[in-house]
Design a protein around this ligand. Structure first.
Ligand code: IPE
Ligand code: IPE
Ligand code: MG
Length: 225
């Protein structure tokens, strides 16, 4: 049976979760952050080695200033609120996405999370903050041209963000929408994809068992027979 090595999640549905409860949308983002921590712990406990979490897309800047500001505040506060829990899980954090346009406090938070967890030997979590799949490919192409390696499949791959991280095996999207919204466009080529109706803040650790079983029921052919 093939094992689920890298699970990537489009963490969607925070706003609707809050609206259903008559709460402001930002309460949904807070609940979504707690769900992220729960699900990283659940994944780690089940032997998943890599996880990528879509936290903020290059298109999410279009949202109202107040919501963007709240999300940036949430990202800035991760070390203060979650570093102990992250260390307890043994989780190593990497950033996926562009630094350009991110406020200084968010960059400081990302840099300190990456540095502080670099020697953790458990699950590796890529936090996709200011991430766009087209943007990642364009930046990779520019880097490959700038350092003289030129454009081949191999050089593009090597200039993506975090080239040491293997491609996602399973990309899942909670929250009911059936699209990728720019997520991992290059490395998703042969990923399995799953859509779930449950809104992200409602996800609980047992649902990780369902996800793993769903993945194991897939028949991966990679173009072969
Ligand atoms: C996902 O939840 C989190 C981010 C995009 C930052 P949404 O905020 O998109 O929630 P819905 O889709 O409006 O319910
Ligand atoms: C995708 O969700 C991005 C994240 C989960 C961070 P969106 O809610 O932004 O996607 P669309 O707008 O429904 O495609
Ligand atoms: Mg959404």
């Amino acid at each position: 049976m093939h094992s689920l090595d890298h699970l990537a999640i489009i963490m969607d549905g925070n706003g609707r979760w809050a609206e259903e409860r008559g709460l402001p949308r930002h309460e949904g983002h807070k609940a979504g952050a707690l769900a992220a921590l729960r699900m990283v712990e659940a994944a780690s406990a089940r032997g998943i080695r890599y996880m990528t979490l879509y936290c903020f897309s290059t298109e999410n800047w279009k949202r109202p200033r107040k919501e963007v500001g709240f999300l940036m505040g949430l990202f800035s506060d991760i070390p203060a609120h979650y570093l102990d829990a992250i260390d307890r899980i043994g989780c190593r954090i990497l950033h996926l996405g562009s630094r350009e346009g991110l406020p200084q406090p968010v960059l400081r938070s990302i840099d300190s999370l990456v540095a502080r967890t670099a020697r953790n030997s458990g699950i590796t979590v890529q936090a996709a903050i200011n991430y766009g799949g087209v943007d990642e490919i364009v930046r990779a192409a520019r880097k490959a041209v700038a350092d003289g390696s030129g454009i081949t499949e191999e050089t593009l791959r090597m200039h993506l963000d975090n080239p040491e991280v293997p491609p996602p095996d399973f990309i899942i999207r909670p929250g009911g929408e059936k699209r990728l919204s720019g997520f991992m466009l290059y490395l998703s080529s042969y990923a399995e994809i799953g859509f779930y109706d449950t809104l992200w803040p409602d996800w609980n650790p047992e649902m990780m068992d369902t996800v793993i079983a769903d993945y194991q029921a897939r028949n991966r052919r990679f173009g072969g027979l």
